[in-house]
Design a protein around this ligand. Sequence first.
Ligand code: CU
Length: 156
Amino acid sequence: MASTQFIAFAFVTIILPTLTMAAEHIVGDDKGWTVNFNYTAWASGKVFHVGDTLVFKYQPPHNLYKVDGNGFKNCVASGEALTSGNDIITLSSTGKKWYICGFGKHCSELGQKLVINVEAEAPAPTPIPNAAYGFAASGYQIIVAAVAAVAGMIMI
Ligand SMILES: [Cu+2]
């Protein structure tokens, strides 16, 4: 019982902070940003947080427009196209974000469109005001880990 509590405590203090780091999402994985790919299915199993990045990898003639819900629905590109072929977008706010390819009928007929829902940034560890405190904090975590490990061995 006690060892379970120690392990749970160690998880919260050591493991959890590493899970709050920003993630990089390669849109379409190894297929990249292209036609005839189901981006709805791609996004459905994923959680997007503020601070994460989307990476759109593609070759011409594809391009990338960030649009609104209407632009997404009707495949109407507006604003400036991104064309680098390796466009990195940092998700800076919560809510729905819509992206389409503006070339030909890639969006309207070939499915080159992506909608995601961005969630709030996961709670981060307490901000560290200075280096000395940071050292103390990491030292504390090491001690907690050591105690948890020893307690685990004793209890088993
Ligand atoms: Cu395209």
